[in-house]
Design a protein around this ligand. Structure first.
Ligand code: AP5
Length: 210
């Protein structure tokens, strides 16, 4: 089994690109952020523990995340590899991942910090299918209706506010960016300019995965 990792700061476009390249990779998207939000909504012990970190824009402890991933990759759709979105985010998470699956490519979506706040504060997602939009940069084609499933039910994330975004960016620079060197040394790290049109980025990611 060979998996790929989508890597980058909050709001870089990892979720947006995961949805676009799922068909060409044939790999299911595994987003630790989505899994944690589902656990919070369900009120599970994991969700209750994770919520305080997520609300503060801090990383959830490694042990919680690694256990979530170990369970997820046992599922039937993950047997030929997965596309990780937002995992790993620390060296211990990357080491745990290396012990359970082979990673063929790490795709780093590079976006300058000054773009991040405007991206995150304008984000909304479809409550039915999870498609990701932006008020200005990526609106629905028909106002108020999801392009993918026609739902009119949208939501915004509790942690998508300016002060939490600044904490998430600090966590990214302090705890997650050191992983770039770790993966560079393994020769599987590909940097993609993420400050461009969404379709151009998808094309470059698909090319890098060949
Ligand atoms: P998570 O849900 O993973 O959030 P994140 O990494 O902060 O990333 P985002 O989902 O905010 O952004 P994205 O890169 O997917 O961007 P998107 O495509 O939506 O994590 C949330 C929290 O959970 C963390 O803070 C932490 O507490 C916890 N957590 C999760 N995983 C963890 C882990 N492994 N370890 C520890 N804790 C963990 O795009 C953003 C917006 O920009 C959208 O509106 C989109 O339409 C727009 N957009 C996308 N591309 C472009 C473009 N090219 N041009 C213009 N706009 C664009």
């Amino acid at each position: 089994m060979q998996s790929i990792v989508l890597f980058g700061p909050p709001g870089a476009g990892k979720g947006t690109q995961a949805q676009r390249i799922m068909e060409s990779t044939g790999l299911p998207q595994v987003s630790t952020g989505d899994m944690l939000r589902a656990a919070v909504a369900a009120g599970t012990p994991t969700g209750l523990e994770a919520k305080k970190y997520m609300d503060a824009g801090q990383l959830v402890p490694d042990e919680v995340i690694i256990n979530l991933i170990k369970d997820r990759i046992k599922e039937s759709d993950a047997q030929n590899g997965v596309m990780f979105d937002g995992f790993p985010r620390t060296i211990p998470q990357a080491e745990a991942l290396a012990s359970i699956t082979e990673v063929s490519h790490v795709i780093a979506i590079d976006v300058p910090d000054e773009r991040i706040v405007e991206r995150i504060c304008g984000r909304f997602t479809c409550n039915e299918c999870g498609s990701v939009y932006h008020d200005t940069f990526n609106p629905t084609k028909v106002a108020g209706q999801c392009d993918n499933c026609d739902s009119k039910d949208f939501k915004r994330r509790a942690d998508d506010n300016e002060s939490t975004v600044m904490s998430r960016l600090t966590a990214y620079h302090e705890q997650t960016s050191p992983l770039a060197d770790w993966y560079l040394s393994k020769g599987i790290f590909h940097v993609i300019d993420g400050d461009r049109d969404i379709d151009e980025i998808s094309k470059d990611i698909i090319e890098a995965l060949k």
